[in-house]
Design a binder for this molecule. Sequence first.
Ligand code: AMP
Ligand code: MG
Length: 412
Amino acid sequence: MITIHEALDSVLAGIEPLGGEEVRLLDALGRASAQRIVSPEQVPTFANSAMDGFAVAGAELEAGRRQFSVVVDIPAGRYVSDEIGPGEAARIMTGAPVPAGTDTVVQVEHTTVDDDVVTIDSAPATGANVRRAGEDVTAGDVLFERGALLGAAEVGLLAAVGVEGVRVARRPRVAILATGSELVAGGQPLQPGQIRNSNSFTAYGQVVAAGGDPILLGIARDDPDETRRLMAAALQNDVVITSGGVSVGDYDFVKQVQDELGVERRFWGVATKPGKPLAFGTRGSTLVFGVPGNPVAAMVSFEMYVRPAVLALQGRPDVYRPWFLARSDEPVHRTKGRTEARRCRITHDPDGSIRFTTTGPQGSGILSSMAGAQGLFFVPPQYAGGDAGTEMLVMLLAGSGTERPPFPVPPR
Ligand code: AMP
Ligand code: MG
């Protein structure tokens, strides 16, 4: 068995980002940019007022002048080309262009107005309350590198500089195949001994959340021919996830069928709980994951290895999750030879420091304790158990980051 880090290195080694496609700006939301984006425009485009008030020459305030005659009104959207002369002020609104001859805005709260004369009650420094042209973005600035996730702020920034379309990374096509003769598709009645297929649904959700394009291939019974037929179809995609049938049981055919179809095995078995019998290989550029059948093991395996791969295929540098060290609200149970990932919720002490609490029973089939989990915490192998307050690595199940969590691994 290999460690989490070895498994991650093996999965991420040699992944080449897929190509890109051109989309309209709003359709780029949640996608990764397929190229570096350079700003075509500056923001703000022109010097403008940050306040409602009066635009004057700062030098006149410095020289002690406190009364100005108001010669023009400048609401947002209006451009005044006339220069403001000595002793003059422009009444100006937030966002309106600061007229020639002025460089400072006195906010209205600091003035007294009598007819067309404004008295400055409190003079600001020269340049105050004026947003400089280009102070946010300069034309030619690199806004985003290739692989950057385009969220609301990023799409907004692109709109602000006049970008209307973006080349984004193609969504990786991820084939999802459930294996198991006991599985029943949704809508079918359960016969004795049968269970419902949930792994296809959790994988679908995880693929979508990672920016992939899920392709559901249904259920393969524990039969080599049927598994081979469906696996062959699955291999036409960028990524294949099969669940179940990858352990050492008499009816576990996934590895055999992968071998028959020319999938090169990179590893089988990671020293983690849940998720030990994970098989990973490649065929050409297709990444082939055989995740264990137990619903939590399948989800955790996806989270740990498939998600980073799906993000890397989009050129994302932030293939990991955000993580931190936090203290347990409860005693931490012992482990044996494997690193254990346990699901938890994040809580806080009255002083604001971060705690975590398990979401309930941690069996690898207990999907209800995965529901509502905000994170996974990692207990080192051979851990003897600890009291409440013990510090552990917590990996969030939301967001992303470029730093790999320092997963605990077995001592060499
Ligand atoms: P396996 O890895 O095939 O030995 O399956 C391990 C456990 O996971 C068994 O109890 C299976 O019934 C269950 N299981 C396998 N596939 C699924 C699935 N698609 N949905 C829900 N449970 C499953
Ligand atoms: Mg099975």
